[in-house]
Each structure stands twice: as structure tokens, then as C-alpha cells.
Write a protein that binds this ligand. Structure first.
Ligand SMILES: C[S@@+](CC[C@H](N)C(=O)[O-])C[C@H]1O[C@@H](n2cnc3c(N)ncnc32)[C@H](O)[C@@H]1O
Length: 370
């Protein structure tokens, strides 16, 4: 029997032990580009006794560490001596131990271990999902979230002929869209409760831009179609069953700009009534850093080297979906099949690297509680 909602936490988790942030340079680059929006917001957010900030869906904290370091350094240099509390949130299954070690300078890049470098910084972790309220009412000055809120709270259905809603049929797509809209409203209402008046929630989320582009689909090959093709080949060759093929359904929805705007555009929505306004909403393209590196180093890098650099970045966030689809098998078998899956994708890139990349498309939103 196929299972729609099974084991959501393990389906969503990033690979642990710091693997996520080591392999996702593009996600870091996208975060770094939002520093200026956060800086500007902090200048006008009303001053509270304690400055409380949050990073929702932070994973191991590595991708946003430099950005937070820079922000905190600027706050300190401006003469603002308030105590700062920063709350990192993710699912209970997240590897928070890596995060705490990194901020304390016990692991990773010590240059950005801000908890060690500055005084009066208090780092906290919260393992409750961001669809819930996570902080006391009216306590948060600035919330931030990167590349996390495309995860829907539950899979509304399994997708029969694809692995992701971007390639699903209209009926399946509508179910994902409805779930994502409900989730977006819940997320916003809970942020609204947490924020102080004048506080800001700045988020960059995966979505679909004005030209229909999205992660891994920016003009060349479509990464999600390739996932589907290689996963289907395993079924055709008898390595996995049709049930296992279908079980690999990403618990994600890529919202369009209109979908993100909807609760704000409706003057009678609960979100608008709660006091949230959308100050700005725009799309952001971030080049795949592995593609750039390969293009700049073709004289010394083979197409195989390129494939071997690109696949791990895709694997860091997608692997758990394929592993979980095989969960009735023993661990060795699961590892063998999933390795075979990524190796066949790697082989395709090695043979013909042109057009393979994982460029990022984000929808950047600056939201204020008035
Ligand atoms: C792709 S990673 C992004 C990590 C980091 N923010 C970045 O931009 O590099 C998505 C993160 O969102 C987390 N996540 C997914 N659903 C969540 C939820 N409901 N509540 C909190 N975190 C969630 C995942 O566990 C994962 O760590």
C-alpha cells in the first residue's frame, strides 16, 4: 500500500553532520544577497530592550552563519549594546548539535563563530515546525527564513508519474497548491503573533518566477524531470517497484508570485487583518556555483569532475525522499539503489554536461507587522 503522509520528518530532513551546508554553496550565496534588506529593516524596527531575531528552517546554520555574523557585527559597531537572542528553528529531526558547535566555534569556519566573538549573544534552538507559533506573542523583532517554506506540512497526495509537483498532472497540482496556500496563511498568522508591532519577517523561498523558471529549471535541462527519468529507469529495469516509484513524491510546493501575494492582496484575509503587509516581493536568480566553477575551469576540469561536484549538492536535500520511498527494504539495499540512482544521473552529466546545473530561483519577500 502506498503511504501519503508517512514519516514526514525523515522525508524532509537534510543530510546531517554538517553535510548540508558544505554542499549547498548556492543556498549560502542566495542568503548573503539578502543581508542588505535585513540591515535596512533593522534600522527602522522599533527598539525593544532585548533584540530578538529568528532563523526559521535553518538546517545546520552553516549557510546563514556569515550573514548573521555580518549583521551582528554591524549592530555592535553601531553602538547598539542591547542583548541579542537568536533562535534557530527547524524540525525535531534536524542536526542541531552541528549548529550549536558551529556558533560556538567548535566546528566549521571559526571566523564566523559570532557567539564566541561577541558578548551578549544568546543562541537558542527550537525543534518545532514553523507552521506552529514558536515564540511568545509580540516578542520577535526580526524573523528570517531561507529556502525552507516550500516544504508543505503534509503531502496532499502522491504523484503518479513524476517526483515533484512541478511535473504533476493538474489534479495533483491543485491539491499541492491548496495545501501550500493553507500552510502559507498558517505560517504568516503565526509570524504575525510572534512579531512586535513594526517587526519584520524577511524570507526567501523557492518558487516559480514570471518566466516559469524554478530551481534546476532555468533554460537547460530540467533537474526534476531528470530525477523522474532516472528513478523511472530503476522501475523499468526491475530494481524498484511502481509503489516505490510513486512513493518518491517530494513534500514540496513551488508557489508562484501570485500565490505568495494572495493573503496580502485580499484586504479581508486573516493575514491582512492580523496586521501584516507585504512591503516588497520580487524574484531572485542565483547562479549554480558549481556551473560557474566548471565554466571558469574547463581547461583543468573534466565533465566527470563537474558531474561529481554537482550531484552532491542535489543529493544533500533530495536523498531522503528517495531513501524513504524504499523504506521497506534493508538499509544496505536502500543505499545501493539510491547510489545507483545518483550515479546514473551523474553518468548523464559526465557524458554531456551542457545545460546541467542547479540555478536557484527565489521569491524574496519583506513583510512588516504594522
Ligand atoms: C533546504 S533547507 C534550507 C536551510 C537553510 N535555511 C538554507 O537556506 O540553506 C530547508 C530546511 O527547512 C527545514 N524544514 C522543512 N520543513 C520545516 C518545518 N515545517 N519547520 C521547520 N523547518 C522545516 C528542513 O528540515 C531543512 O533544514
Amino acid at each position: 500500500m502506498t503511504n501519503t503522509n508517512l514519516n514526514t520528518q525523515s522525508v524532509l530532513s537534510m543530510k546531517g553532520e554538517g553535510y548540508y551546508s558544505q554542499k549547498t554553496l548556492g543556498a549560502k550565496n542566495a542568503i548573503d544577497k539578502t543581508q542588505s534588506i535585513i540591515e535596512s529593516a533593522l534600522k527602522v524596527i522599533p527598539k525593544t530592550d532585548i533584540l530578538k531575531m529568528a532563523d526559521y528552517g535553518s538546517a545546520d546554520g552553516g549557510t546563514s552563519q556569515e550573514m548573521w555574523f555580518n549583521i551582528i557585527e554591524k549592530i555592535k559597531n553601531s553602538g547598539d549594546e542591547r542583548q541579542i537572542e537568536i533562535l534557530y528553528t527547524d524540525l525535531a529531526s534536524n542536526d542541531f548539535s552541528v549548529l550549536f558547535r558551529m556558533m560556538q566555534g567548535m566546528q566549521g569556519n571559526l571566523d564566523f563563530a559570532y557567539q564566541k566573538k561577541f558578548s551578549n549573544i544568546f543562541v537558542h534552538g527550537c525543534g518545532t515546525g514553523f507552521h506552529e507559533q514558536l515564540m511568545a506573542n509580540n516578542s520577535l523583532s526580526l524573523g528570517f527564513s531561507a529556502t525552507a517554506m516550500h516544504y508543505v506540512s503534509e503531502r496532499p497526495c502522491l504523484i503518479n508519474d513524476h517526483v515533484h509537483m512541478v511535473g504533476s498532472n493538474e489534479e495533483e497540482k491543485q491539491k499541492f497548491k491548496n495545501q501550500a496556500l493553507k500552510d502559507w496563511e498558517t505560517i504568516l498568522l503565526n509570524r504575525s503573533r510572534e512579531l512586535i508591532s513594526g517587526g519584520r519577517f524577511i524570507c526567501i523561498n523557492f518558487g516559480i518566477d514570471e518566466d516559469g523558471r524554478y530551481l534546476g529549471n532555468t533554460g537547460g535541462h530540467n533537474m526534476f524531470n531528470n530525477f523522474t527519468k532516472h528513478w523511472k529507469n530503476l522501475e523499468k529495469d526491475g530494481f524498484i517497484t511502481n509503489e516505490e516509484f510513486v512513493n518518491a513524491t517530494f513534500t514540496q510546493h513551488y508557489r508562484t508570485l501570485d500565490e505568495f501575494r494572495k493573503p496580502f492582496d485580499d484586504q479581508n484575509s486573516e493575514v491582512t487583518k492580523s496586521g501584516l503587509i507585504l512591503k516588497s516581493c520580487k524574484t531572485m536568480f542565483t547562479d549554480c556555483p558549481f556551473k560557474i566553477h566548471y565554466n571558469n575551469n574547463k581547461s583543468t576540469m573534466s565533465s566527470r569532475d563537474y558531474a561529481a561536484s554537482l550531484i552532491p549538492t542535489m543529493r544533500s536535500w533530495s536523498e531522503t525522499v528517495f531513501k524513504t520511498a524504499l523504506e521497506k527494504r534493508n538499509p544496505d539495499e536502500i543505499t545501493r539503489i539510491v547510489d545507483q540512482f545518483y550515479n546514473s544521473y551523474m553518468e548523464e552529466i559526465s557524458n554531456s554536461p551542457e545545460g546541467h546545473a542547479m540555478d536557484y530561483i527565489h521569491i524574496v519577500m519583506d513583510i512588516q507587522k504594522v
